[in-house]
Design a protein around this ligand. Structure first.
Ligand code: GLU
Length: 331
């Protein structure tokens, strides 16, 4: 199967751009999450588009409604209102919480299985993390292909394995090419970078990669904005779009917001959690600092969302790997 170049830059020419923020409700947001939310929001508002809030609660162990509510409260505090989605299920493309979209994913996986490029996988350990977005710092391994059949396409009859099995997607040994708005043209060989990947876990849980593609497509998303540790996922997703006969959105991966030690912010970086940030700053002060990080303003003084909407330009964003934020300088 040949994959041709897919031009997937966030385009200022889409008729009505639709962006989205897709947090996992497994904790309170931190500076990195709110930075992503702001840039995604500004990009669509600047172009007169719509913004969708999708709750990525595929992992039943880690996801909690109270965190989803806190995320909504933090977004609203900063003024980042959404047009569709959220826990109140506003809009025609719901449900907007992935935990309620099982039937939609079941239909999509049948369509992928019909291509003959999936197989039953009984390797048990590897599928645990499949419901979560594979941030590169999490150190995932490349699947070695133990359960991979010798030839493709294979006929999926649904009873290939009598044991509990994950559904794994075979990836092509060729480059998938896409044009990221920040980092430019990317060439990814999925065989080398990740190997065959999971679409549904053995326990029936849906994998992030399948859910995100199906949801972004059904919700009419034209631009995906998120941290650059999901660049590789864009290639996996473009491959899935292809198999499902869907058009991929544009992708803009942002420099990763890191702590003083150069590591992606996590729940442990308490001082940069929204709880602390809200205690320390007014929304205008925090916006000014976020806009300064994004290179939209020359200094970190307070500003308003409406000022930023008119100032916004993708050209300003720093094209670096990491934005190091030393919590002490943020006091
Ligand atoms: N739910 C993912 C996360 O919180 C977002 C992935 C995406 O934006 O595609 O990391």
């Amino acid at each position: 199967m040949r994959l041709t170049i897919v031009i997937t830059k966030v385009s200022s020419h889409s008729p009505v751009p639709v962006g989205r923020f897709a947090p996992s409700p497994s904790g309170r947001m931190h500076l990195g999450n709110i930075f992503t939310a702001l840039i995604s929001w500004l990009s669509v508002r600047h172009a007169g588009g719509k913004w969708v809030l999708r709750i990525e609660d595929l992992d039943p162990q880690r996801s909690k409604m109270e965190f989803a509510k806190m995320i909504e409260d933090d977004l609203q505090w900063l003024g980042l209102v959404w047009d569709e989605g959220g826990t109140d299920e506003i809009g025609p493309n719901g449900p907007y919480s992935q935990s309620h979209r099982g039937e939609i994913y079941a239909d999509a996986i049948r369509r992928v299985q019909a291509t003959g490029y999936t197989y039953a996988c009984t390797c048990s350990r590897a599928d645990i993390l499949a419901t979560q977005a594979p941030h590169q710092s999490d150190g995932r391994v490349i699947y070695g292909g133990k359960c991979c059949p010798p030839h493709f396409p294979v006929r999926w009859d649904g009873v290939q394995s009598s044991y509990p099995h994950a559904v794994r997607l075979h990836v092509p040994d060729e480059e998938i090419v896409f044009d990221d708005t920040i980092y430019g043209v990317q060439r990814v060989n999925l065989v080398r970078e990740c190997g065959d990947f999971i679409l549904r876990r053995a326990d029936g849980a849906w994998a992030y990669q399948l859910a995100v593609v199906v949801d972004d497509a059904m919700m009419g998303i034209t631009e995906v904005v998120r941290g650059n540790d999901l660049l590789l996922s864009a290639a996996q997703q473009i491959y899935l779009y292809r198999l499902l006969g869907l058009t991929p959105p544009g992708f803009a991966h942002l420099p990763l917001v890191c702590n003083g030690a150069g590591r992606r912010l996590s729940k442990r970086d308490q001082s940069l959690s929204m709880e602390q940030l809200r205690a320390r700053y007014t929304p205008g002060q925090l916006l000014g600092r976020l806009a300064y990080m994004a290179n939209l303003v020359p200094e970190p003084s307070p500003c308003s969302l409406s000022e930023l909407v008119s100032l916004f330009s993708w050209d300003c964003l720093p094209k670096v790997d990491k934005l190091i934020v030393d919590a002490d300088n943020w006091k």
